[in-house]
Design a protein. Sequence first.
Length: 137
Amino acid sequence: MILVRSYQQSYEEMLWNMKLIIAILAIATAPVCAQAQQSSTAKLKADAQNVVKIISGDKGKTQTYCQITHLSDQLDETEEKEKAEELSQKITVLAGTLGPEYVALVHSLQDADIDPKSQDAQEIGSILIALDKLCEG
């Protein structure tokens, strides 16, 4: 019974981690939007700018972010459950090292009412695309 419960918790944890990874990928690769109150949208933009500033200003965090994107690409390609869980755990650990601002931004974007066609979404997305550009080349 304990083994079943442990496996179920591990599987549920993996699913949660995969949702987080999907959110990170969506943030990093597609325009993001927040259809919300003006103050909330302004805060998301400011938070995104702050996260980009923090990560781009720290070589170690930049390398960590690039590792996350690489692992996320591998996760997207794998069909093996064990490999997916391993990659998911690595991504979760690495994401935590990017700082509380990064984690808070990811959660805020997940909770936001998203309309990808809005001007605000495109602005937030263009801010965050700067992180992916750090990993090119």
